[in-house]
Design a protein around this ligand. Structure first.
Ligand SMILES: C[S@@+](CC[C@H](N)C(=O)[O-])C[C@H]1O[C@@H](n2cnc3c(N)ncnc32)[C@H](O)[C@@H]1O
Length: 217
């Protein structure tokens, strides 16, 4: 039986990208790893922040890969974005994510967005979304508190045979670390381990009215 599909409030792509940067800063994650590059818009956005040390992305569509090789460097240069930290892989994320993740030994923010979505986009022959394989690859990494963000989670609510059930996705994330906090908003799943944030953002400022009153005494 299919689950009730929540009503997702949609926000512009730029809002989601900004929110991903906020997560990166909160968790000190300086590696951005994306599956499903499309034309590299999110990579360009992340490069423009100058925050990340590595921005890795993998794309399966030949048309997109040709664009990324020939046009992406010229176009990003024309708008003044330094993309020297961006590196693209051509192929299926299910095969290439292990290599990408092996190059980092620090916390990452994963933007899992590899699926067919019209136009020049494609999907692998045997599956529409590699999401469960990707989560499995992330689970074998030594770091157990990466920030994991999954786009288009709606597919996991409507019993579509090509997509895993949402319960299966949540179980896979919790099996990496039971402390994952999972939030779904804008049709996107955000998974974070709150107690892994490197330092409180309040930087020593008392964090509530009672503490403030105590300080006044
Ligand atoms: C929704 S688009 C990605 C948008 C992009 N992440 C962004 O934020 O601008 C999904 C992309 O995933 C690609 N894709 C589909 N299956 C894939 C796979 N198994 N491995 C890598 N890329 C894949 C599609 O060709 C498509 O370009």
């Amino acid at each position: 039986m299919s689950k009730e599909i929540p009503e997702f409030v949609r926000v512009p792509a730029s809002t989601v990208r900004d929110e991903m940067v906020t997560y990166s800063v909160r968790y000190g994650a300086k590696n951005f790893i994306e599956t499903g590059t499309h034309y590299g818009d999110t990579c360009c956005h992340m490069a423009a922040t100058k925050y990340f040390e590595n921005i890795f992305s993998v794309e399966l569509s030949k048309t997109c890969c040709d664009f990324l090789e020939k046009d992406f460097p010229r176009l990003t240069k024309s708008i003044g974005v330094d993309v020297s930290k961006v590196r693209f892989w051509k192929g299926d994320s299910a095969n290439l994510l292990p290599e990408m993740i092996s190059l980092v030994d620090d916390r990452c923010i994963f933007w899992l967005d590899a699926h067919i979505s019209g136009g020049v986009t494609v999907c692998a022959e045997d599956y529409e979304t590699p999401i469960m394989t990707e989560l499995n690859i992330i689970s074998s990494h030594s770091i157990k508190d990466h920030v994991i963000i999954i786009d288009d989670i709606k597919g996991c609510f409507d019993s579509h045979p090509a997509w895993p059930d949402i319960d299966e996705v949540i179980a896979a994330i919790k099996s990496i670390n039971p402390d994952y906090l999972i939030t779904i908003k804008y049709g996107i799943l955000f998974a974070e381990v709150p107690n892994s944030a490197p330092k409180p953002l309040h930087n020593g400022i008392p964090n509530g009215p009672i503490t403030v009153l105590e300080h006044k005494k």
